[in-house]
Ligand binder design. Structure first.
Ligand code: NAG
Ligand code: NAG
Ligand code: NAG
Ligand code: ZN
Length: 307
């Protein structure tokens, strides 16, 4: 009789713990949250278990120098725009006008910007998705782009190389980055899941490193880092991190997951890369005395890089 009761209890606990579930990050995985953490995302979509998944650890000594990885040509990135920012329960997203485009950098064609969002840790601790030689940065921004001919991400994801993501790391600095003041202030209005706010006077180039500091980057073919984990995504991960003060990094953890708990560790762990190539740009910025020439001296000089 007692054994029977125990089994009943076990069965009911099992049912409670495996109810219909949404995806979530590892920190959210508890019995009562009923959500599927990164290890179980493939149960929601088999693509999450394929072999070209993102993020990855980039082993710099294994990267392949590719002279075709020239500087990017951005259009609209310097214009001020109004963005709708949202706490979507997994991160904070911000819309970007689709008239903003990027080309060059050995991309197949022109891609237009759709949105950007962030991945972070706890109060400035490790939180980026990609890692470089095992080092995890405090935060990472993804600017999601789709090929010009598409009208939605959903459609662009159905085609190999339909989506290109630019990834930027953050590093902790001693002083606040004033260019992020507005964006970080807006986070206070986004504490609860599904909250939205309009932010005007934002410009992408303000949020990014200078163009000279965007010539060094890594390129590989991977996937979305959240379910559906769709593959065929063209990844660019920039080497140069963006500085933010500790306080600014902490501000992101004021956001809340759906269950009201602090939104922390919003990153997928690195995925096995199965030996697929990761390329690196080989650009050296040449500054001439009268003109600032952003050129790609892809010679054997290797001036600005250590490897
Ligand atoms: C993060 O910092 C805030 C304020 O400094 C603190 O209240 C909170 O407990 C910290 N969170 C964690 C998980 O350490
Ligand atoms: C590029 O980055 C370096 C190192 O962080 C910095 O000292 C330099 O000012 C940056 N260049 C520009 C033009 O912002
Ligand atoms: C995710 O995958 C499921 C099943 O394959 C599909 O029904 C759904 O439309 C996909 N969602 C997106 C946003 O592509
Ligand atoms: Zn992302």
């Amino acid at each position: 009789m007692r054994a029977h009761v125990t089994r009943l209890l076990l069965v009911s606990v099992w049912i409670v713990c495996t109810g219909a579930a949404d995806w979530c990050y590892q920190t959210q995985v508890t019995c009562d949250s009923q959500c599927k953490g990164p290890d179980s995302w493939h149960e929601l979509n088999g693509d999450c278990k394929k072999n070209r998944q993102s993020p990855i650890n980039i082993v710099t000594r294994k990267t392949i120098l590719d002279h075709k990885l020239t500087p990017f040509i951005f259009s609209g990135y310097q214009e001020a725009f109004s963005s709708t920012m949202k706490n979507n329960g997994h991160t904070v997203t911000a819309t970007v006008p689709q008239s903003f485009t990027v080309r060059g950098g050995n991309l197949e064609s022109t891609y237009k910007a759709v949105q950007f969002h962030f991945h972070w840790g706890v109060n400035g601790s490790a939180g980026s998705e990609h890692t470089i030689d095992g080092e995890q940065y405090p935060m990472e921004m993804h600017i999601v782009h789709m090929k010009e001919e598409f009208d939605s991400l959903k459609n662009a994801l159905m085609v190999k190389h339909g989506v290109a993501v630019l990834g930027f790391f953050y590093e902790k600095s001693n002083s606040a980055n004033s260019k992020y003041g507005k964006l970080i202030e807006a986070l206070t209005k986004l504490e609860s899941t599904d909250a939205t706010t309009m932010l005007s006077g934002l410009s992408l180039s303000n949020l990014l490193p200078s163009e000279e500091n965007m010539t060094n980057y890594y390129r590989y073919e991977g996937s979305l880092t959240t379910p559906n984990c769709t593959e065929g995504v063209v990844w660019t991960v920039f080497e140069h991190p963006i500085p933010l003060s500790n306080e600014q990094l902490v501000a992101f953890t004021s956001l809340k997951f759906k269950d009201g708990k602090p939104m922390i560790k919003t990153f997928r762990p690195v995925q096995p890369n199965h030996g697929y190539p990761v390329y690196r740009s080989g650009c050296t910025v040449i500054l001439l005395s009268y003109t600032v020439l952003l050129a790609c001296a892809c010679s054997a000089l290797g001036l600005s890089r250590l490897y």
